[in-house]
Design a binder for this molecule. Structure first.
Ligand code: GLN
Length: 305
C-alpha cells in the first residue's frame, strides 16, 4: 500500500509544473506549489500516507460536504432539496449566470458556491459563530480529529476578496431563494472554507462517508447511512465542479475538491483516499492530486463505475 501511494505521488509530481496555486484569495497564494501528498484510510481506520504528508491546507469547498451533511441531519432531505437542486453544473464553481437565467432561481447543486451558501442559510442558527462551530464539529467528527481549527488569516483574506460570493448571496436573497442576513451567513461560509487539515484528516473524512456515515477511527455514527449515500452521490456527479465528468472517467469514485488543493475521495465500503497538492488546474482542482488519484484508482482497483 505504501509503495502504491509513493509511486502515485511521484507520478503526480511530474505534472505539478503545469498547475498554479489559487491567487484570487491572496492568502492561498502563499501555498507551496511543489507539495504533494496522498493518504488511504481503510475500513479498520488504519491510515497510510506518502509524499509531503506534513502539508496543511484549508479545506475550502470540501467543507461543503460537511455543511450539507449537517443540514440533511437537521432539516431533512425534503426541505434541503426543495431549496437547492441535485444536478451537475457545467459552469465554474462561483458562477452566477445560471442562477439568473433559469427559473426557479435556485442553485443547481449544494457543492457549488451558491448552493453551499444557501445550505448554510437553512441551518437553525442566527449567530455566525454558532453556525460555524456546528460545521466545524461535524468535520471534527468526520475526521476524528478534535484539533481541527479555522486558519483565521485565510478566513480574513477570503472575506476581504469576497465580491463574487457576496454577489451570489445577495442575488439569492433578491429572488427570494434565500432568507436571512447575508453577511452573517457569509461570515460562517468564509470560516468553514478556512478550516485547516492534513491529507490524513481528509482520508479519514472520506472513510467516514465510505463506511455509511460511521467514522472507522472512532466508531461514531456521524451521519445516517442515507445521508452518507446522498453525499457520495453528489460528490460523484458534482464534486469536481465542471471537471466532474473528466474525473469520473479518469478516476471513477466519489470525491470532493477544494481550491486549497485538497481532494477527499470516498470508495464505498472500502476506503477514504485523499490527496493534498496546492497547484491547481484551470478548473480549480489539484492538478497533481487528480493524476495521483487516477494512478491509485488503477493500481488499487478503486473504480466504482
Ligand atoms: N472559499 C472558496 C470560494 O468561495 C471555495 C471555492 C472552492 O474551493 N472551489 O471561492
Amino acid at each position: 500500500m505504501e509503495g502504491a501511494l509513493r509511486e502515485a505521488v511521484e507520478l503526480g509530481r511530474s505534472i505539478l509544473g503545469q498547475g498554479a496555486v489559487a491567487t484570487y484569495i491572496p492568502e492561498l497564494a502563499k501555498a507551496d506549489p511543489s507539495a504533494l501528498a496522498a493518504a488511504y484510510c481503510g475500513m479498520d481506520g488504519k491510515t497510510i500516507s506518502a509524499g509531503d504528508e506534513g502539508t496543511k491546507i484549508t479545506v475550502q469547498s470540501i467543507s461543503k460536504v460537511a455543511s450539507l451533511g449537517l443540514a440533511l441531519n437537521i432539516c431533512g432531505e425534503e426541505t434541503v432539496f426543495s431549496k437547492v437542486g441535485v444536478e451537475p453544473s457545467a459552469d465554474p464553481f462561483n458562477s452566477i449566470m445560471r442562477l439568473e437565467m433559469r427559473a426557479p432561481h435556485r442553485p443547481q447543486n449544494p457543492l457549488i458556491n451558491s448552493g453551499a451558501i444557501l445550505v448554510l442559510s437553512l441551518l437553525p442558527f442566527s449567530d455566525s459563530t454558532e453556525r460555524l462551530e456546528a460545521v466545524l464539529d461535524t468535520m471534527r467528527r468526520m475526521s476524528g480529529n478534535e484539533g481541527l481549527r479555522v486558519n483565521e488569516a485565510v478566513a480574513a483574506s477570503e472575506k476581504d476578496t469576497s465580491d463574487r460570493n457576496r454577489s451570489l448571496g445577495y442575488f439569492l436573497r433578491s429572488v427570494e431563494a434565500m432568507d436571512g442576513d447575508v453577511e452573517n451567513i457569509l461570515d460562517s461560509y468564509f470560516r468553514q472554507c478556512a478550516i485547516e487539515c492534513s491529507v490524513e484528516d481528509l482520508a479519514a473524512m472520506g472513510a467516514t462517508l465510505a463506511c455509511g456515515g460511521v467514522n472507522p477511527l472512532t466508531g461514531e455514527q456521524v451521519f445516517p447511512e442515507r445521508t452518507a449515500l446522498i453525499l457520495r452521490a453528489l460528490m460523484m456527479t458534482c464534486g469536481l465542479y465542471d471537471g466532474s465528468g473528466d474525473f469520473a472517467v479518469r478516476v471513477g469514485f466519489p470525491a470532493k475538491s477544494g481550491v486549497g488543493g485538497g481532494i477527499m475521495g470516498s470508495v464505498p465500503a472500502r476506503a477514504g483516499v485523499a490527496v493534498v497538492g496546492p497547484a491547481l488546474d484551470k478548473r480549480g482542482n489539484s492538478i497533481g492530486g487528480v493524476r495521483t488519484l487516477e494512478m491509485l484508482s488503477e493500481s488499487l482497483s478503486l473504480r466504482v463505475l
